[in-house]
Design a protein around this ligand. Structure first.
Ligand code: DGY
Length: 329
């Protein structure tokens, strides 16, 4: 009997993917609620052929070394892959899988939900009610901002940015985008009525700034003191990309000093945000725990995709969704 390939799965992903992995592999699955500690990962990957990782796990050269030279594939259960050292994996000829496409609309839904919740002060309203403070209808109670007709600036106009633009159309918003990798005459931009602008124009003119960029050296703290100084004092910042795209200290100052109006965050730096973070002491902030892709259907699809990537890599086949296609050159 041929031995099944060995894999380490760093958390229990939905059954739709886990069942495929268990079927094809001898799987060591980390079933705790919290991610395995670094030392645990280094220990558990020893001798494996594949790793199915989460965005909470750093998969760098040391982890690949600990696994050994038989390591054939790394499959990340996320569209983002900033937790994996892609250059190092490529250098070693290891393909890295990710899960693009299946979470686009679910993530765009949450970005829009955050935008609306911040604009209309939904979370503050709920806290107000629960605190027994709703005594009467108030002419100036919890006044927010209109969404229809407002200007939305999208930083990053990839799949998710475009999906947010489509939603904004339904609200008659003016949509601006800035993305150095997308041409100004992009056909999809025309289709959704979005206009390419430089970053300064986007920051200056937007009522809502929503972030949809990868995290890399160029985008680390892209939104910091300089950016906040250019934004409207009423501007609402929405982040469903990666926490470190925003400088958290500058964000706190900007919100406290009224340089911008509100922030609605699905991602933070650090993550999770500590309960005593000064940001959580402000009323004009909403923070949810990195749940943009968290629908039952989408997490199931992501699990299947991550499993299929892993299995293809173990079979020596091309990964259906590969974050480092240059590995095949
Ligand atoms: C991703 O996939 O990168 C999201 O952040 C989590 O689904």
């Amino acid at each position: 009997m041929i031995a099944k390939p060995k894999v380490f799965v760093t958390r229990a992903i939905p059954e739709r993917g886990l069942a495929l992995v268990r079927d094809f592999c001898e799987a060591d699955v980390w079933t705790e609620e919290l991610p395995p500690a670094r030392e645990v990962i280094l220990e558990r990957v020893r001798g494996v052929d594949g790793i199915l990782s989460l965005l909470t796990d750093s998969v760098d050269g040391a982890v690949m070394d600990a696994a050994g030279s038989q390591l054939k594939a790394i499959s990340n259960y996320a569209v983002g892959f900033d937790n994996v050292d892609i250059a190092e994996a490529t250098r070693r000829g290891i393909p890295v899988g990710n899960t693009p496409g299946v979470l686009t609309d679910t993530t765009a839904d949450l970005a829009f939900a955050l935008l609306m919740a911040a604009a209309r002060r939904v979370v503050e309203g709920d806290k107000f009610t629960r605190a027994g403070r709703w005594k009467t209808w108030g002419p100036t109670l919890l006044l927010g901002q209109d969404i229809f007709g407002a200007t939305l600036g999208l930083v990053g106009f990839g799949r998710i940015g475009r999906a947010v633009a489509r939603r904004a159309r339904g609200f008659d918003m003016r949509v601006l985008y800035h993305d150095p990798f997308v041409a100004a005459d992009d056909p999809c931009a025309a289709e959704v009525g979005a206009q390419a602008v430089d970053m300064d124009t986007l920051l200056r003119e937007s009522d809502f700034v929503s972030l949809h960029t990868l995290l890399n050296e160029e985008t680390h703290h892209l939104i910091g003191a300089d950016a906040f100084a250019k934004m409207k004092p009423t501007a609402i910042l929405v982040n469903t990309s990666r926490g470190p795209v925003v400088d958290p200290v500058a964000l706190h100052t900007a919100l406290r000093e009224g340089q911008i109006g509100y922030a609605a965050l699905d991602v933070t730096e650090p993550e999770p945000i500590p309960a005593d973070s000064p940001l959580l002491g402000l009323d004009n902030v909403i923070v949810v725990p990195h749940i943009a892709s968290a629908s039952v259907a989408t997490r199931g699809r992501m699990a299947q995709m991550a499993a299929e990537n892993l299995i293809a890599g173990l079979r020596g086949e091309r990964l259906p969704n590969c974050a480092n296609p240059e590995v095949y050159k």
